[in-house]
Ligand binder design. Structure first.
Ligand code: ARG
Length: 588
């Protein structure tokens, strides 16, 4: 189904042609003066010079042609040369009925479907998820859903950090505590136990201990480095321990990401890319793409047009260790091999911008990706506390994600209980659903690149531009629909009727903007566009609801038309919140 704005534009373009003008000037936009008209065309103004005519004369000519078009109820030529347009109620109703009965509300999938890998996890093994993992998870999941809705094949990859010193530290600490385990017996050649020699809780306690201890004890640090390097070279015992660590971590991550309504298709990590690295380094050396610099191996990535300093990309340190960039280059090679994507998107803190610029340049320079492969870094801003500094726990520590979720859920629970007589169990369940929406909407309604302030009180409010307000609007529609059904009424064979007043029409106009909005959200990886849209949609719906007697309406055709319109509104809102990664409860 053609987008409304395109359909109007092509009607106006045809009128330009019929009146003897260049049709490319027939572009229409949503009016920036909604008090005067719904849509406007400024083409006559632009055309005036070229046509050698006063703009209002051109506008008059176009208006004369358009007057006969049933699409419009008002066509006005306004000096100095604007065309003001209102859509006719009949056209509007037809559009709504089509939208309500067409798949995806008439939104057309991309004509150029791509295979896309999106990297939006980045947790590190044995470290619990903390609030630094919140934004990539929320934004990445939403971008993934949006791109999929637009018709692309999208793989989400958790890309867990499982290759560095933290593993060495854990193993070193384990050896200190339990030196008699077979993993530490060099003469041991049998199978290693299937059961891990630790629990996740052990690991979570051991890691910070080992990390702090290694900072004070040089030998311990050296040992951990050595263990890391052995593990990376393939030491059988350490690999077995790494597998235990990963299994425990993944099980826990699945639960925690699950609580956020976030899921990945690919549960891979830095370690999976390692097989690609030795050949890659050799290749970069053989083809002289990389060169030695102070004992390290680097690739120059600076370009003449650079406005900022662009240091060379470090591939291998002088001690032989591979680096973060090395792993990311290897991971790109792995993805090319496994998924052969047209595009890879990284949803990672914007402070890593330089890192990604370097990595992208190396893979292009070396020809590891096809020329038209798109590499995108969606660098998100920081979630700050009310003091404007990065959000911290009360005692200044890094907050666990689970604590943050718990806090928001508790706050939501209190608000729900304050709101009226609820049974506690239902309030608890709803607090979970609505709390998550509050958190996600609070995040996603900001442009991803910007910093924002985590304001639990505002996020959980039922009023204003918040998640709970949106859910409340959906639940309100659900309850009207339930009442309608309970009264034994049915919309069978009925249609949405032409709008009888402005509130009704405003709701229809907003609904019609869905496809154009979705195209923009997908093209710009912009969940905030969906947020802005559903907030406006919820507002016009609530307006309509307050001004209209729906259940007491005597005219059953009219009433059924309202109900169908509300059903469409609900479905659009539900689709949108699903793309944002949350859902509405049955009641609130
Ligand atoms: N684990 C990394 C960190 O904690 C984030 C990984 C982001 N993804 C990537 N492909 N580099 O900073």
């Amino acid at each position: 189904m053609q987008n409304l704005i395109d359909e109007i534009s092509s009607a106006v373009a045809t009128a330009f042609k019929e009146a003897g003008y260049d049709e490319t000037y027939g572009k229409v936009t949503v009016s920036n003066r909604p008090d005067l008209c719904e849509y406007q065309c400024n083409g006559a103004m632009a055309l005036a010079k070229i046509a050698g005519k006063a703009p209002f004369m051109i506008a008059d000519d176009i208006a004369a042609v358009l007057k006969n078009n049933t699409m419009f109820s008002k066509v006005e030529s306004v000096k100095p040369g604007f065309l003001n347009l209102d859509l006719s109620p009949e056209f509007m109703a037809e559009r709504m009925n089509k939208m309500a009965t067409t798949k995806d509300f008439g939104f057309e999938k991309t004509k150029n479907p791509k295979t896309i890998v999106i990297d939006y996890g980045g947790p590190n093994v044995a470290k619990p998820l903390h609030i630094g993992h919140l934004r990539p998870a929320i934004i990445g999941e939403s971008v993934k859903r949006i791109l999929r809705y637009a018709g692309h094949t999208v793989y989400g990859d958790i890309h867990i950090g499982d290759w560095g010193l933290p593993i060495g530290l854990l193993i070193t600490e384990l050896r200190r505590r339990k030196p008699d385990l077979p993993y530490f017996d060099e003469s041991y050649t049998g199978e290693y136990p299937k059961e891990p020699p630790f629990t996740l809780a052990d690991l979570e306690e051991m890691y910070p201990f080992a990390s702090a201890y290694s900072k004070e004890h040089e030998d311990y640090h050296k040992e951990a480095m050595e263990v890391t390097s052995q593990m990376q070279k393939g030491n059988r015992a350490y690999r077995a321990l790494l597998d235990h660590i990963l299994n425990l971590s993944f099980a826990d991550l699945k639960i925690n990401y699950g609580n956020l309504n976030v899921d990945f298709e690919l549960w891979l990590g830095e370690s999976n890319a390692q097989p690609y690295i030795p050949d890659m380094i050799k290749d970069l050396e053989d083809r002289h793409i990389a060169h030695e610099s102070d004992g390290a191996l680097v690739v120059d990535v600076a370009e003449e047009t650079d406005k900022r300093e662009m240091p060379p990309c470090l591939i291998r340190k002088s001690d032989g260790a591979a680096l973060y960039a090395t792993t990311d280059i290897g991971t790109i090679m792995m993805r090319v091999h496994d998924q052969n994507p047209d595009e890879i998107i990284y949803v990672v803190d914007k402070r890593q911008e330089l890192h990604f610029m370097q990595v992208f340049r190396v893979v292009r320079k070396a020809g590891y990706v096809k020329d038209d492969m798109k590499l995108v870094h969606i660098g998100f801003g920081t979630m700050n506390g009310k003091d404007g500094k990065p959000f911290k726990t009360r005692d200044g520590g890094v907050m666990r994600l689970s604590s943050l979720l718990k806090d928001i859920e508790d706050e939501m629970y209190n608000k729900i209980m304050d709101n009226g007589d609820k049974d506690e169990k239902e309030a608890r369940e709803n607090a979970k659903i609505v709390g998550l929406a509050a958190l996600k909407y609070g995040d996603l309604s900001n442009q991803a690149t910007k910093d924002y302030i985590f304001d639990i009180d505002r996020f959980t409010s039922f009023e204003g531009n918040t998640g709970p307000y949106l859910l409340y609007s959906i639940v309100r529609i659900k309850s009207i629909l339930a009442k309608y059904n309970a009264a034994g009424l049915s919309t069978e064979g009925k249609k949405i009727l032409p709008p009888a007043n402005k509130d009704e029409k405003d709701l229809m106009l907003k609904l019609s903007a869905f496809s154009t909005m979705m195209e923009g959200a997908a093209a710009e990886y912009a969940p905030h566009k969906i947020c802005a849209y559903i907030y406006e949609l919820a507002n016009v719906f609530n307006h309509f609801y307050h001004e209209t007697n729906i259940m007491s309406c005597e005219d059953k055709d009219k009433q059924a038309g309202y109900i169908l319109l509300l059903k469409l509104t609900k479905e659009v809102l539900e689709t949108c919140i699903d793309l944002l990664g949350f859902e509405a409860p049955e009641r609130m």
